[in-house]
Design a protein around this ligand. Sequence first.
Ligand code: FPP
Length: 226
Amino acid sequence: MNRAKHIAIIMDGNGRWAELQDKKRVKGHEAGAKVVKEITTYCSNNDEIERLTLYAFSTENWKRPRLEVEFLMKLLDNYLKKELPVYLQNNVRFEPIGDIRAFSKSLQKTIKMVEEKTAHCDGLVQSLALNYGSQDEIIRAVNTLKSAETENITLEMLNNALDCKHDVDLLIRTGGDKRLSNFLLWQAAYAELFFIDTLWPDFTTKELEKIIKKFKKIERRFGGLK
Ligand code: FPP
């Protein structure tokens, strides 16, 4: 049976969740942050899951209204500071991916602080994708290799130059849309994809459990034959 060693999630539907209840969109993000905590804790208690990568802010999300962007930045900063003890209690290592140089100095400091303080944790690795886009990640990797003046770039070399060096086993998108939105395009080459209608703030560990159960039964051939 398959093992869901690396789960990646596109956490979509926060805005719609809030609007359905006549609330401001940012209330959906707040509710979404609680689900981030629940799902991370669940994964940290599941021995087969080694990595959980969550799409928290894309390179394209800067196009949103300034106030929403500012709210997301503040929410992230508060989340990381508040949840640091929970990362430590659950032995979760925090490994951000994406180009965080675009964030404020103080948010970068918080991100680095949590990364450093959890560096010794050897349970689940939780990666938040922050100012992340696959295309940007690949371009940065190619430029790093180019400046090292290597001749022929191999698959392994490019893989190792990426922010996320780990193939995804199971990729889930909540919120009803069926697209990858520039998330882990390289790493998801052979991922099993699950698109579900549930809006992210309504996503539960029960639903994740059901998806993992279905994932386990899929025949994964990686381009070969069974
Ligand atoms: C997509 O929903 C979600 C985001 C752009 C941000 C994800 C953020 C969170 C889950 C909360 C904060 C996370 C952390 C780690 C503190 P959307 O706004 O695009 O929803 P919509 O499609 O309904 O408009």
